[in-house]
Write a protein that binds this ligand. Structure first.
Ligand SMILES: O=P(O)(O)OC[C@H]1O[C@](O)(CO)[C@@H](O)[C@@H]1O
Length: 407
């Protein structure tokens, strides 16, 4: 087992020469990211410039929250939700930690009514997260849950149970936070929502759930400190770009561990919002294997050849189970899962589908921190190769404007 995250391009249909030819463009992209001159690149140096006092404060506040509540409701959407959800699912919740549930992730009355019912019977804290402070889903859910919290505890106690993470100065949420005196954290202005998981946006909920956020940051730091980003992210970026140039328009991102489902959702936002503009970009799709082999396997093998596959391979499982009886007697689940992955890669690549495999030594906080940084860099570099700005999302505004007209 390697001690690093590795990218295997042997079944990608690309040659190392093709990857090497992109080196100059990649170096230019890296220079731009490190120069500090581009807007929204605060995440690049973040793991190297950690504010120890801020880390202490996040840990102290997370301890308070853990004593205050059994149910921690985090209200936010997109980059103000997916990073925390993904990390908590992947790393698990400590037995003594409150349950972490999410609100404002849709506009379903049914979803939120159920969560409100659950809230009635439990000790609760709220954490509202919004960089802009104006997102419709977040604003609607926060005001509904805040009203319920005040009914439950009275105004003064409710204020002690509301935590806000938002811009330092701008937006209605910052204004309310200052007026009401909520405990709050800042989303740095030079870090966009989808790159913000290693700020309090992700770190506070992840710490409340009991994962080791120091180790998570250490993982990211190891990656960021590697000279000239001498890890496989830039090669992965080059491969993704070359496959787009060769006519592939969909990246089918696959995992064999259900705990990674939301990690793929996080990648979908990261890649989709960063790359999908000016008529270009790879459409990021997520597949959960082996489950989806029994629904999508046929398409993957013989369907329209618009996609390539990226496989997230966790090399070491923390537990294993052995089949006690029947034709598979003596085989372990991990053996079977591995056999499925190898067989699928072989069958699909032999049929002409390019397959990229990303080997991840294991799913703990340290490697998870590495993974976050690995994908953020891959994303920014690929978008720059595509010639688009990885840090804006001008297209999102169009539907928001139309939606607001309907409200
Ligand atoms: O943190 P905010 O400002 O509420 O935004 C939430 C999400 O909405 C978006 O602006 C897209 O709708 C994302 O870029 C962002 O992560």
């Amino acid at each position: 087992m390697s001690m690093e995250i590795k990218v295997d391009l042997s079944k990608s249909g690309l040659t190392m020469e093709e990857i090497r030819q992109k080196k100059l463009e990649i170096d230019t992209a890296l220079e731009r990211l490190w120069s500090g001159k581009e807007t929204f690149t605060g995440w690049v140096k973040l793991p190297l410039q950690q504010d120890k006092n801020e880390m202490e404060r996040i840990l102290n506040v997370s301890d308070i929250i853990r004593q205050q509540c059994e149910l921690f409701i985090v209200i936010g959407i997109g980059g103000s939700y997916l990073g925390a959800k993904a990390a908590i699912d992947a790393l698990g919740k400590a037995p003594d930690a409150p349950e972490v549930k999410f609100a404002g992730i849709n506009l379903s009355a049914t979803y939120h009514a159920r969560l409100l019912e659950e809230m009635a019977a439990k000790e609760v804290c709220l954490c509202v997260i919004s960089k802009s402070g104006t997102t419709v889903e977040t604003t609607a859910a926060f005001n509904i849950f805040k009203e319920a919290l005040i009914k439950k505890y009275g105004k003064a106690e409710a204020v002690k149970r509301i935590y806000a993470i938002t811009d330092a100065e701008n937006g209605a949420l910052r204004e309310e936070t200052e007026r009401e005196g909520y405990t709050s954290f800042v989303i740095p202005s030079d870090i966009g929502g989808r790159y913000s998981v290693l700020t309090p946006v992700g770190l506070l909920p992840i710490a409340v759930a009991g994962a080791d956020i120091r180790s998570l940051m250490e993982g990211a730091e190891v990656m960021a400190a590697s000279p000239d980003w001498d890890f496989d992210g830039p090669d992965y970026a080059a491969a993704r770009y070359l496959l787009l140039q060769k006519g592939k328009s969909v990246e089918a991102i696959q995992h064999y561990e259900p705990d990674l489902k939301y990690f793929v959702e996080w990648i979908k936002q990261l890649f989709g919002e960063s790359e999908g503009k000016e008529g270009t970009g790879l459409f990021p799709a997520g597949l959960e294997l082996t489950a989806d082999l029994h629904s999508m396997g046929q398409f993957l093998q013989q369907g329209s050849p618009i996609f390539f596959e990226t496989v997230l391979n966790i090399e070491q499982s923390p537990v294993d189970l052995t089949v006690p009886e029947g034709p598979l007697k003596g085989k372990t689940m991990t053996q079977l899962n591995r056999a499925a992955m190898k067989g699928v890669i072989e069958a699909h690549s032999s049929a002409g589908t390019p397959v990229i495999r990303i080997d991840i030594p294991k799913l703990d906080a340290f490697y998870y921190g590495q993974l976050i940084y690995f994908f953020e860099t891959t994303c920014a570099v690929t978008a720059m190769l595509m010639g688009v700005n990885p840090f804006d999302q001008p297209g999102v505004e169009a539907y928001k404007k139309e939606m607001k007209k309907e409200i």
